[in-house]
Each structure stands twice: as structure tokens, then as C-alpha cells.
Design a protein around this ligand. Structure first.
Ligand SMILES: NC(=O)c1ccc[n+]([C@@H]2O[C@H](COP(=O)([O-])OP(=O)(O)OC[C@H]3O[C@@H](n4cnc5c(N)ncnc54)[C@H](O)[C@@H]3O)[C@@H](O)[C@H]2O)c1
Length: 199
């Protein structure tokens, strides 16, 4: 286990069943947080929960399609009913569109925009009232340096990854004392695209 810097905190991670989201779940739990693994993939999600619990952490699986407002409300309410608060939301769930711009049809456009942008918006909308109720919280939106890059191949992915940044989500909340924190953009803006975290 980690340093338990998040002991007693409550976090919800969308897309927590696989990849980056699962890694975030493991880390938050290792630091002592109660973590909701919220995903459309219950099989992998339950496996992540078991892994966390076996390591001495606290996690539960929540069935969540981030495009569905009712499911967002239910997931947040389940965390609050269980732990009486929600301190952190990690909007991580995402789907990747590899299709070149001239081949993207409306169905693919809608699917990617719904998951990767609407899903982020609905997550913030569901979480903010509970965070406000307990005096504050953190919303972390996983995007990509691709969102700050030139657009040629993977055009839709690059276009929508520019969407869930702090500027968009901040509007209307920052005046109440919410603080934007950009984790990576200086290098993203400077170099256009490529890895931005690390050395
Ligand atoms: N992996 C990379 O190199 C990379 C690079 C830049 C940005 N990102 C971003 O990081 C995030 C995670 O990427 P990843 O590589 O770990 O992806 P992944 O495919 O490994 O995991 C994505 C998770 O989201 C879940 N998901 C998909 N649609 C969902 C929905 N409608 N509702 C709820 N959950 C849903 C999937 O079941 C899965 O568990 C994404 O937002 C992605 O855009 C990833």
C-alpha cells in the first residue's frame, strides 16, 4: 500500500475497468481512498475490484455508461449512500476513433462525441452537487496531447480530445472557488503533439 495520503477520501473513476483508468483505481486505493470502478465492462471491473481488495484496499464496481445521465446519477448516489461523500471524480472513460476524416460517418461521430465529451460533461454535472455539499472536491478529466495537435489522420479523436479540458468544465464553477489545474498543456502547446508527461 502507498502512503495513505487519501485515507477516508472517496473517488469515482469512469472507465476504471481497463488501461489508464484501472491504473488510476489501483493508485487511488493504494493511497487509502474508497474507489468506485465505474464502467460498461463489469467482468474486467470486478477483477480490478478483487485485485484492490486483495491488496487491502477499498473498491466497488459500478455499472456506468457515461453517455447516460440516469446511470451517472445512480453511480454518484451509490458512492454517497455508501461513503456519505464524493471527493474526486476522474473522467477517464474514452473510446478511440482511428478513422480518417473523409471516412467518418455520423454514427461514429456520435459515438465518440457522446462518450468522450458528453460523458465528461454528465460526470461533472452529477458530481458537482455532492462535492459542493461537502465543501469541495476534485474533477480530473483525462484528455490527450492529441487535443492540442494538428488535425490530419485520427481527426475526430484529436478534435474531441481538445474538448474535455479545464476551460470548458470550469465555466460556471470557477467563480465559486474552483481552481483550474492544467497538468500537461505547456508541452502539448509547444510541441503540437507527442508525450507530455515525465521528464
Ligand atoms: N492509451 C493512450 O495512449 C492514451 C493516450 C491519450 C489519451 N488517452 C485517454 O485516456 C483515457 C483512457 O484510455 P485507455 O487507453 O486506458 O483506454 P482503454 O480502452 O484501455 O480503457 C477505456 C475504458 O473506458 C471504458 N468505456 C468505454 N466506453 C464507455 C462508456 N460509454 N461508459 C463507461 N465506460 C466506458 C472501457 O470499457 C474501458 O474500460 C481515454 O480518455 C483516452 O482518450 C489514452
Amino acid at each position: 500500500m502507498g502512503d495513505q495520503r487519501l485515507a477516508g477520501k472517496v473517488a469515482l473513476v469512469s472507465g476504471g475497468s481497463n488501461g489508464i483508468g484501472a491504473a488510476v483505481v489501483r493508485r487511488l486505493a493504494a493511497e487509502g481512498a474508497h474507489v468506485g470502478v465505474a464502467d460498461v465492462d463489469p467482468q474486467r471491473g470486478e477483477a480490478v475490484v478483487q485485485e484492490v481488495v486483495s491488496a487491502g484496499g477499498s473498491a466497488r464496481f459500478l455499472q456506468l455508461d457515461v453517455t447516460q445521465v440516469v446511470q451517472w446519477k445512480a453511480a454518484v448516489q451509490e458512492m454517497v449512500a455508501t461513503y456519505n461523500r464524493l471527493d474526486t471524480l476522474v473522467n477517464n472513460a474514452g473510446v478511440y476513433a482511428r478513422t480518417p476524416i473523409e471516412s467518418i460517418d455520423e454514427e461514429e461521430w456520435a459515438r465518440v462525441i457522446d462518450v468522450n465529451i458528453k460523458g465528461v460533461f454528465l460526470g461533472a454535472q452529477a458530481a458537482i452537487p455532492e462535492m459542493r455539499r461537502t465543501g469541495g472536491g476534485s474533477i480530473i478529466n483525462i484528455s490527450s496531447t492529441a487535443g492540442a495537435a494538428r488535425i490530419d489522420r485520427d481527426a475526430l479523436w484529436r478534435l474531441e480530445r481538445g474538448g474535455p479540458t479545464d476551460e470548458q468544465i470550469d465555466s460556471g464553477t470557477v467563480r465559486e472557488g474552483w481552481h483550474p489545474l492544467q497538468l500537461c498543456p505547456p508541452r502539448a502547446n509547444r510541441y503540437g503533439h507527442g508525450a507530455c508527461c515525465g521528464a
